[in-house]
Design a protein around this ligand. Structure first.
Ligand code: SF4
Length: 384
């Protein structure tokens, strides 16, 4: 019998109550009619991949967005049912759903549990009302606390909370207060990203130049916040398993680990990315373009070119070195049928001599010092 390969599935739900001021994700407000039409297209797109169903066993599903918790609950059930019809699921599959405080209630959470969703990711960003208002978020901290409590009562034992540093006018004290308050609640996972100003967003317009720029924490404070995050969260039982992600033991996000270890995944919906059979392909972010592309998604995948060995090696290094587990020679050889190229051996030796990488248990990873200059380091693994 052919051994089924593990697969992760990402489902993109592009609807939000309103657009946050810093957001450049494929998301926008939508009415009931638009949501219904979108889910029908999504299910059609999922169905079109029927031919590969027997080859894979689903290890993780991530329903992200956007705000998937805004979708009428029965649609979430329909989507997961369709996946279960087409794929065998690992009995321990990690099934996550992204939710925003202010869009959850007891009924929804109970239904999610019934559909087999066992991980919830809550977009909090800050505990301070002024920061939430500045970001254009729809919720306040009280809404978050209510959602968090309801999720626990509904039986969710694996919850992530997103926090954001590097906000305009943010001080170290305020960032530390957000971190400490959330860590005291004890979610199993905390993602702590630094705000990035994305072109085309109101934030970019306001804070990337002129006087607004002065409201942004400088590089030094941003870096200090990054260091403090590790110190605080590690002292509270979380370990950093990727640059910006912290988890209690055994609660590292398996879905994200699939991305960082070059596992295979399929993305459905607007702007969703896939990596399958050595091919990378991305759906259009524009709703109209996605509609047209979704009709021929499977055919597009079949005709997509495979990435080159060189590209795959570079990605292996860029992504693997983001993680605490790092990379391994053995895994590299198994995957590529050859050892590290000479350039990698030379770079790794040089980085090792400067204490920027360390080696133990057959794995190579960036040191804390290395993480601080990761942009420069990772560029050294572009092959000539
Ligand atoms: S909730 Fe998330 S996806 Fe929606 S607008 Fe805000 S940041 Fe973007």
């Amino acid at each position: 019998m052919v051994q089924k390969k593990p697969l992760s599935i990402y489902i993109h739900i592009p609807f939000c109550v309103k657009k946050c001021l810093y957001c450049d994700f494929a998301s926008a407000p939508g009415d009931a009619e638009q949501m219904g039409a979108y889910v029908r297209r999504l299910i059609k797109e999922i169905r079109s991949f029927e031919a590969i169903g027997s080859l894979y066993r689903v290890d993780t599903v991530f329903v992200g967005g956007g705000t998937p918790s805004l979708l009428p609950t029965f649609y979430v059930g329909q989507i997961l049912n369709q996946l279960k019809k087409q794929y065998e699921f690992d009995p321990e599959a990690e099934i996550s759903l992204e939710a925003n405080p202010g869009t959850l209630n007891e009924e929804k959470l109970g239904a999610y549990r019934g559909f087999g969703i066992n991980r919830l990711s809550l977009g909090l960003q800050s505990i301070h009302e002024s920061e939430l208002a500045l970001l254009g978020r729809i919720h306040n901290y009280k809404d978050f606390l209510e959602s968090y409590e309801l999720a626990r009562q509904a039986g969710f034992r694996n919850i992530n909370v997103d926090l954001m540093s590097g906000l305009p006018k943010q001080t170290m004290d305020r960032w530390v207060k957000s971190l400490e308050t959330v860590a005291a609640l004890g979610p199993e996972h905390i993602s702590a990203y630094s705000l990035s100003l994305e072109a085309g967003t109101p934030f970019h317009q306001k804070y990337s130049e002129g006087l607004g720029r002065l409201d942004m924490p400088g590089e030094e404070l941003d870096r200090a916040m990054f260091h403090e995050t590790k110190k605080i969260l590690e002292s509270r039982g979380y370990s950093r398993y990727e640059f910006s992600n912290y988890a209690k033991k055994g609660f590292e996000c398996r879905h994200n680990m699939c991305y960082w270890t070059l596992g295979e995944y399929l993305g459905f919906g607007q702007a969703a990315a896939s990596y399958l059979e050595g091919k990378r392909f991305v759906n259009p972010a524009d709703p109209g373009a996605y509609q047209a592309a979704s009709e021929k998604a499977y055919a597009s995948f079949r005709s997509a070119p495979k990435q080159s060995q060189k590209e795959a090696m570079e990605e292996y290094m860029f992504l693997g070195l983001r993680t605490r587990q790092g990379i391994s020679r053995e895994d590299f050889s198994r995957r590529f049928g050859t050892g590290f190229p000479k350039q990698y051996e030379k770079e790794l030796l040089d980085l090792y001599r400067q204490d920027l990488v360390e080696q133990s248990g057959g794995r190579i990873r960036l040191t804390d010092q290395g993480i601080d200059v990761s942009n420069i380091i990772l560029a050294r693994f572009l092959l000539d």
